[in-house]
Design a protein around this ligand. Sequence first.
Ligand code: NAD
Length: 337
Amino acid sequence: MRGLIVVTPTSLVQAPRHLEPLRAAGYEVRVNAAGRLLGEAELAALAVGARGLIVSTEPVTAAVMDRAGPGLRVIARYGAGTDNVDVAAATERGIVVCNTPGANDVAVAELTLALMLALARHIPAAHDGVRQGRWERPVGMELRGKELGLIGAGRIGLEVARLARAVGMTVTYCDPVRRPDAEARLGLRFAPLDEVLAQADVVSVHVPLTPATRHLIGARELSLMRPGALLINTSRGGVVDEGALLAALNEGRLAGAALDVFAEEPPAPTHPLVGHPKVIHTPHLGARTREAVARMAQGAVAAVLDVLAGRRPQHVVNPEVYPAAGGPAAAGTGPRA
Ligand code: NAD
């Protein structure tokens, strides 16, 4: 055996054919048998002796890396966001951190549209009503002609914009990076955050969670939204201030919110947004389609094989671990040999 690869994402563990290339290359594969997201201590215990980790959104801390031991060379995020990985700690240790951006844009964007329609037509409540023997028929809202405010126009945000345009919405976006091609191709309008919030019928958030975006949507931002507007968050729970969202819903300022993500996952059953009559929620389902699973698996497995074979993988989150061309490493001593 050439070494141990630890694999935690449940949707990948359930599709073991995607792990065959690792075994075929001579690696031992140890999977998360718990069938759920692991805590830090559980991940650390599983990671002992690993050369590579393929992870979901578990906390991949310095302690986890140290518990894995000096053989750990690569951490591959099965997905796009890397907010759960202590990238600085990995860089200090010469561990390459990779992700699979672009593998789940369609899956997350389609879920976002589904949540938008479900909110606009009260589908979850209507479904529950029929099931419980009530024939209540809530009056909803059409999306055509409504304004979508996009916070973040990266891969997922732009796919959401494409779908929203297809159902006849207008789209205004904010992003530190201006997207002139998409503006022309999809007819998007660019505006500062406050203007996007103030004009939208539906606001959808698609930014990574970083120190700069934590609580990007807080009490001030929610107060700028139109009365009766809807908020959708399929990015990361920490981007929206959950306490401020609860207040905006309870005070009747927002008509509803759809959440695929929570600040802490899974949220406690007593979490005030769970089961709230104006909230619909899904359990971080964004990337969970067969197609996205296959793309994320292929990307994460290829990244691990690349690093362990001394090749540079396609998507490196901490390129500082690689020495600059023709020069010394910018930080540390380069990837662990
Ligand atoms: P991306 O990097 O392609 O796009 C993110 C965009 O956000 C970039 O254009 C960036 O410039 C912009 N941005 C950063 N800070 C901003 C700010 N303050 N205001 C406005 N825009 C800002 O990433 P992506 O692939 O589109 O994914 C976005 C996020 O979605 C990921 O980081 C991840 O957290 C989340 N995600 C969730 C799921 C899920 O299962 N629900 C799945 C995949 C990704």
